[in-house]
Write a protein that binds this ligand. Structure first.
Ligand code: ADP
Ligand code: DP6
Length: 512
């Protein structure tokens, strides 16, 4: 008999516009989800030869494409007199805060749900949780696997003597094995921890039948909300903040759940009281008003997720840039400059906000033309010309030109911000590369995503093979920095319940 199994995936993200501004609830950001996804698969562990002792469940999590010894984390959930305790068994893989906290908080929500909504109280609800975890054996086996794009594949390509080009990346097997532990593997900026946390929390709670996300199966790409999906969103935000030790805007978790959209953040105060909750044991005694369930209640959360998508016939192309500079302290520096220079920063914020909104509007303007006769053919023919030389369809040419100009405006404001704050948000190396890309026929424009810096860039192009190949050629020959494309393109979809056979290479990767 096939083991009971649940696979849920979440996309990676690109913050096209709204970096820094989106930290403040007064502003919103344009976040695009990627076709590259993070998969979490929960399987009931086989029964041990001797029957499992009651009051205990094992949960093992393995990062499937990394070396097994350093990337397996095994925990026991133990039923004690007044609490459920989650303990890591061996620390072979070291600690993984993201995984531990995703399990701990999901189990807390599961326990509270069973204790509050069922007839079970305390001990009985805890036993019910252990029973659900051990229904088919001693516990659960979870494998997390990320599409290759989440981690730099430069070494894999160079070991195979392949150039850093799109065609080379397509020839790598799905979920390619990576030789070093996660902490020593370079990430590409798609947001591995947010996609991990979201898919892990969702797969566990759906497997345990605590959350019902089945409406996602019927309508996978619709921005349809439900209480369970929103609870999952706030839980994933909470876990991610706790593991990162800071409260970011949360656009990455939001897109891992809801896909591409316009994001306005939740009030950070929603997390303040939750942050002080214990993180080793789940007390069986539930306080009247201070449960995790209350703190995550959709009625209290105030983020806005507004529907948005890129127009058909355009493609987002991403690059992982390896300029040897890592600048994780950008946010702190930019925000302290803003605090010290409120007027100057206020002007830049206002101008950037206007340009970001304009980008959203121009892109939506093109979406609104999708029904026009010959839309796709016209765009395709525009792919072979410099964007400014398009004359064939005045309306569409004007919209493409407007998108291009707005991308330039956003970039120039980010350079102004760089200059004033002393933080290299769009450093000169990236300016040279983006300018060169923007001159290619079929390239509308581009920018530095999210917080900016040296390590990533995006381009918006007309989606034809010849445009992509021109970009690929320019990048592979670029001397000043090493520029490696990603395979990802834009995708509207957020969290997805997967069928194992429909994800290329997943079944094989789970057997490894
Ligand atoms: N495949 C994976 N399996 C387990 N944990 C992972 C995996 N990928 C990333 N992580 C966790 O996420 C952390 C990286 O998070 P972070 O530094 O916020 O980067 P990112 O911007 O990609 O989210 C890693 O240190 C690890 O704990
Ligand atoms: C500055 C920001 O507004 C955007 C940062 O976006 P990135 O995409 O650069 O994020 P990381 O995945 O954390 O590297 C901070 C925020 O919104 O949290």
């Amino acid at each position: 008999m096939e083991p009971e199994r649940t696979t849920i995936s979440s996309p990676g993200k690109v913050l096209l516009a709204g970096g820094y501004l989106v930290l403040d609830r007064a502003f919103s950001g344009v976040v695009v989800a990627t076709s590259s996804r993070f998969y979490s698969t929960v399987t009931s562990l086989p029964s041990p030869s001797t029957s499992s002792s009651s009051g205990k469940a094992i949960i093992s999590v393995r990062a499937g494409q990394f070396p097994a010894k350093s990337s397996t984390w095994t925990y026991s959930l133990l039923l004690e007199k007044e609490a459920l305790r989650l303990e890591q068994n061996k620390e072979d893989g070291g600690k993984n805060k993201f995984i531990y906290l995703a399990l701990f908080q999901s189990l807390t929500l599961a326990y509270e749900t069973l204790a509050k909504t069922g007839h079970n109280r305390g001990q009985e609800a805890a036993e019910e949780l252990i029973n659900r975890l051990t229904a088919h054996g001693e516990g659960l086996d979870i494998v997390v696997l990320a599409d290759n794009d989440f981690y730099s594949q430069r070494e894999q390509l160079s070991a195979l003597s392949l150039p850093t080009k799109i065609t080379s990346l397509s020839s790598l097997p799905p979920f390619t094995h990576l030789p070093r532990p996660i902490s020593q593997t370079n990430k590409t900026g798609l947001g591995s921890s947010a996609a991990l946390v979201t898919s892990l929390v969702a797969s566990l709670l759906v497997h345990l039948k605590i959350l019902d996300l089945s409406h996602k199966e019927a309508n996978p790409d619709k921005l349809e909300k439900s209480d369970d999906l929103e609870t999952l969103h706030s839980l994933a935000q909470f876990v991610h903040c706790l593991a990162q030790g800071k409260v970011g805007s949360g656009f990455d978790i939001s897109s891992a759940v809801f896909g591409t959209h316009i994001y306005r953040r939740f009030s950070p105060s929603l997390l303040t009281s939750l942050m002080d909750r214990p993180i080793d044991a789940i007390p069986l005694e539930l306080s009247e008003e201070d449960t995790l369930m209350d703190g995550l209640a959709p009625s209290q959360w105030d983020q806005d997720v507004t529907s948005f998508r890129l127009p058909k016939g355009l493609r987002l192309i991403l690059a992982d840039v390896d300029a040897g500079t890592d600048t994780p302290s950008f946010v702190g520096k930019v925000l302290s400059w803003r605090k010290e220079n409120p007027q100057q920063a206020g002007n830049v914020w206002a101008e950037l906000n206007e340009a970001n909104m304009q980008l959203e509007q121009s892109l939506t303007g093109l979406v609104n033309r999708e029904g026009d006769n010959g839309y796709e053919k016209t765009l395709e023919s525009m792919g072979d010309k410099h964007i400014e030389d398009n004359k064939s369809n005045a309306m569409m040419a004007a919209l493409l030109y407007e998108i291009r100009q707005t991308l330039f405006t956003i970039r120039s404001l980010l350079r102004k911000m760089s200059e004033l704050s002393g933080v290299p948000i769009e450093p000169p190396e990236q300016t040279r590369l983006l300018d060169a890309c923007s001159e290619l026929p079929g390239v509308i424009g581009g920018g530095v995503p999210g917080a900016g810096g040296y390590d990533a860039l995006y381009l918006l192009v007309i989606d034809t093979p010849s445009v992509a190949s021109r970009v690929d050629d320019l990048w592979s020959g670029w001397k000043e920095m090493s520029v490696c494309p990603l395979l990802a393109r834009q995708s509207d979809e957020g969290l997805r319940i997967e069928k194992l056979d429909q994800v290329r290479g997943l079944k094989e990767a789970l057997k490894r």
